[in-house]
Design a protein around this ligand. Sequence first.
Ligand code: NAD
Length: 346
Amino acid sequence: MRALVTGGAGFIGSHLAERVLMQGHQVVALDDMSTGDADNLAHLNDHLGFELVKGSILDAALVDDLVEASDVAFHLAAAVGVHLILNRSLDGLRTNVHGTENVLQSAARHGTRTVLASTSEVYGKSTAPILCEDQDRILGSPLVKRWSYAEAKALDETLAFLLFSEHGAPIVIARLFNVTGPRQTGRYGMVMPRFVDLAMRGRPLTVYGDGSQTRSFCHVYDAADGLIALAEQPDAYGGVFNIGRPEEVSIRELAERVIRLTGSASTIRYVAYAQAYGDGFEDTMRRVPDISRARELIGFDPALCLDDIILSIVDEFRLSAWARSGGGAARPARPRAARSGGGRVR
Ligand SMILES: NC(=O)c1ccc[n+]([C@@H]2O[C@H](COP(=O)([O-])OP(=O)(O)OC[C@H]3O[C@@H](n4cnc5c(N)ncnc54)[C@H](O)[C@@H]3O)[C@@H](O)[C@H]2O)c1
C-alpha cells in the first residue's frame, strides 16, 4: 500500500508516517514546512519506502498527482495553533479551506481512501459534559478571529460529507481532541509542551484565565492508531468520529500535575486572556470526547493515561537536553511510552 500523509513533517503526521511504514507500507509525506520540521522525519530518510515532498496543498496539480498515486491519504496539513491562527488568520483560512478542497476533490476524482483530520474546535463553546459527534455547534461571531479555524474545519467536514454522499468518495472525518506527545512544539501555543518546558527550566507555568477550562489529552500513538484504523474500515466512510481520550482535566490541575511529575520548583502564574491574546478572545471551557462511536466500529481504546502522556514528553525533553550537552552525563532512560509499545499498531 502507498500512503500519502499531508502535513507529514508535523507532529501527528510524522508519527503517523512512522507507524504506517512500520506496517510495511510505503509513505509519501507532503509538507511545506511552515510549522513542520524535517528533523521530525530525519530517522525515516534512509527508509526505502519513504519519500518527503516539499510543497503545498495549495498546489492543486501537485496534490492531484500525489493523491492519484496513493491508495490511501491522511490529510493532516493545516494551519494550526492559536497563535498562528490569530496572527496569520487569512493565510490560515486559505490553507484550511482551499488546501483541503484540493485534497478532497482529488480524493473524490481518483477514489483514494482518505482520512480528514478535523478538530474538537468545531464544537465551539459547547459546555456539554461530553461531546458526541451529533452535538450542535456553538460558535462565536465569524468576525472573532479565533473561530476562523473552527469555521474552516467545519466547512472541510461538510465538503467531505457531500463528496461522499453525492459522489461516493471514500472519505472519513476524524475529530481530534488535544493530541499531544513527543515532537509537539509549544511554539504555536500548545499547552502541554509549553508547560513541560517551563517546568523543566524552573520557570513559572503561565495559565490563561483562571485555569478552570478543561481539556482531554490523547497520546499521539493512540490517535495515530485510530486514524489508521479508520482508513482501513470501509463502513467508516462518510462518517465522523471523535478521536481522543475522555479523561477531563482542568488547565490548573494540568499545571500542578506537570510540576509534580517533573519534580519542579516552578510556580503557576495566571494571565488574563485579554493580556495573552488581546481583547475579545473567547475560549472553550470544556472539551471531553464521547468515543463510543469509534470504539464500536474500530475498537478505538486509547491505552496511555495522562501521566504516561506527560512523562513521555518529559523523557523526550531530557533526552534532547542530554544530546545537546554532548552526551557526557549518563544517558536518560528511553521514553516510557515507547518502551511500553506506545499503544497498539493494528
Ligand atoms: N494536535 C492536536 O491536538 C490536534 C487537534 C485537533 C486537530 N488537529 C489536526 O491535526 C492535523 C495535524 O496537526 P498537528 O498537531 O500535527 O500540527 P502540526 O503543525 O505539527 O502539523 C501540520 C503540518 O501541516 C503542514 N502544513 C501547513 N500548511 C501546509 C500547506 N499549505 N501545505 C503542506 N503542508 C502544510 C505544517 O508544516 C505541519 O507540518 C491538523 O489538520 C490539525 O488541524 C490536531
